[in-house]
Design a protein around this ligand. Structure first.
Ligand code: AMP
Ligand code: GLY
Length: 425
């Protein structure tokens, strides 16, 4: 079987790597891939942009690709699945209509209200004065969100009314472009965030291992929000009993409500949840794709062949699949970023030590913002690498990840020293 993976992050490296572990997958192509996917055996990067639907479709048809897996949200929101399916190609990832669950927070809120899915109380505004008035009538902290896709930057947790006003004004003034046509003002939830990433064929749902990521740049979960600086799985906070409840009250309700809207949702349904100290959960957001870096922690523990699960989603027979098999134990992924990320950073720094890190047992080096330049891997993005360790418990997994990251060096390399602190015991 030949699979084409669309995207160039650490998530896509992990997906390509996992697919290639199966003898049934003869070849993987990545559009455009990164320095890591370029070095995988039986994997080839294609110089095609993630939104170049025509070229991706043409390549798939010319090369008899059996399955296309879409990594990032933007092509999904732009309708890549609809485009490719219309050409008779099998695609893992929801249609444009389904991707609204991530691409419009107002749309997702309406879906949650219709489906009776627990979520933070929120109001949607189309003008700044009304939004500011609502903030003044409420209490702080309060959360201000741009409606559309904003690369994880469109959410401001405001601790004062002035901060909330500034956020509202800047979103309406176009800080996030058309993502800011609507503003949501939302109740601030407290607790721990968990990522429940599930596979679905639009009828059945199979959650993967629950994960937690560390969104802030600094140790102790301080400083600016990032795309994610590290993750671990399975999150012990989500007991089997809690997962069963989340499946019924969040995932199944979401799929049923999507079906009510005539949306045949096939792909990943990712619920970002806040779990309160009492174990109550509410949805913070839905995503229509695998999490990054959660995927880099989850997939190394997966034993069921990934292509079997993805194809079962596309072919609407997920319900016939046996339960997903997992390695016992734990995984932890530590992200190495470029100096300055999530702000300005430089690119093109030579990376050394990847081969020695790969030589350690129970470690996986997933590349993200990297590329190959004249035979050398160099930095090419903010989040450069995700280094995953696995072990029979979290202490071992975390130690493996840090032992591997200690082998790697590039100018300005930064990583958090405390990934997994909540579970390191
Ligand atoms: P979102 O893209 O909606 O998940 O928001 C990005 C981040 O903002 C989340 O991962 C949380 O850390 C934070 N956040 C979003 N909504 C809320 C909320 N209602 N209460 C507290 N924090 C939130
Ligand atoms: N790690 C958070 C996300 O993928 O949205």
């Amino acid at each position: 079987m030949k699979v084409l993976v669309v995207g160039n992050g650490g998530r896509e490296h992990a997906i390509a790597f996992k697919l290639l572990q199966s003898s049934k997958v003869e070849q993987v192509f990545c559009a455009p891939g990164n320095g890591g996917t370029a070095t995988l055996a039986r994997c080839q990067n294609l110089a095609l942009g993630v939104n170049d639907f025509t070229a991706i479709g043409q390549f798939a048809q010319d090369n008899n690709i059996d399955l296309i897996v879409i990594g990032p949200e933007i092509p999904l929101a732009l309708g890549i699945t609809d485009y490719l399916q219309n050409r008779g190609i099998k695609v893992f990832g929801p249609s444009r209509a389904g991707a609204q669950i991530e691409a419009s927070k107002a749309w997702a809120k309406a879906l949650m209200a219709d489906g009776g899915i627990p979520t933070a109380k929120a109001a949607v505004f189309t003008d700044a004065a009304a939004a500011r008035g609502y903030v003044e009538a409420g209490s702080v902290p309060i959360v201000i969100k741009a409606d559309g896709l904003a690369a994880g930057k469109g959410v401001i947790v405001a601790s004062t009314v002035e901060e909330a006003h500034r956020a509202i004004n800047s979103i309406f003034q176009g800080q996030f472009g058309s993502a800011g046509k609507f503003v949501l003002v939302e109740e601030c939830l407290i607790g721990q965030e968990v990522s429940v990433i599930a596979l679905t064929d639009g009828i059945s749902i199979r959650p993967l291992l629950p994960a937690q990521d560390h969104k802030r740049i600094g140790d102790g979960d301080t400083g600016d929000n990032t795309g994610g600086m590290g993750a671990y799985a399975p999150a012990p906070l989500i007991t089997p009993e809690l997962m069963a409840k989340i499946e019924v009250e969040v995932l199944q309700k979401a799929i049923a409500t999507l079906r009510d809207r005539n949306i045949d949702y096939r792909g990943v349904l990712y619920a970002g949840l806040m779990v309160s100290p009492k174990g109550e959960f509410k949805v913070l957001e839905f995503n229509c794709r695998f999490g990054d870096p959660e995927t880099q922690a989850i997939l190394p523990l997966l034993e069921t062949p990934l292509e079997d699960l993805l194809l079962a989603c596309v072919e609407k027979r997920l319900g016939e699949m046996p339960a997903i098999a997992w390695k016992s134990g734990a995984a932890c992924c530590v992200v190495a970023s470029a100096n300055g990320y999530p702000g300005e950073y430089s690119k093109g720094e030579a990376i050394s030590g990847i081969t020695s890190a790969e030589g350690l047992t129970d470690t996986y080096i997933f590349q993200a913002g990297t590329k190959q330049l004249e035979g050398q891997i160099v930095t090419d993005g903010g989040r450069v690498l995700g280094v995953t360790g696995i072990g029979s418990n979290f202490v071992q997994a975390i130690d493996c990840a840090y032992a591997a990251i200690n082998c790697i060096h590039f100018q300005g390399m930064y990583y958090r020293r405390d990934i997994g602190y909540r579970v390191k015991k």
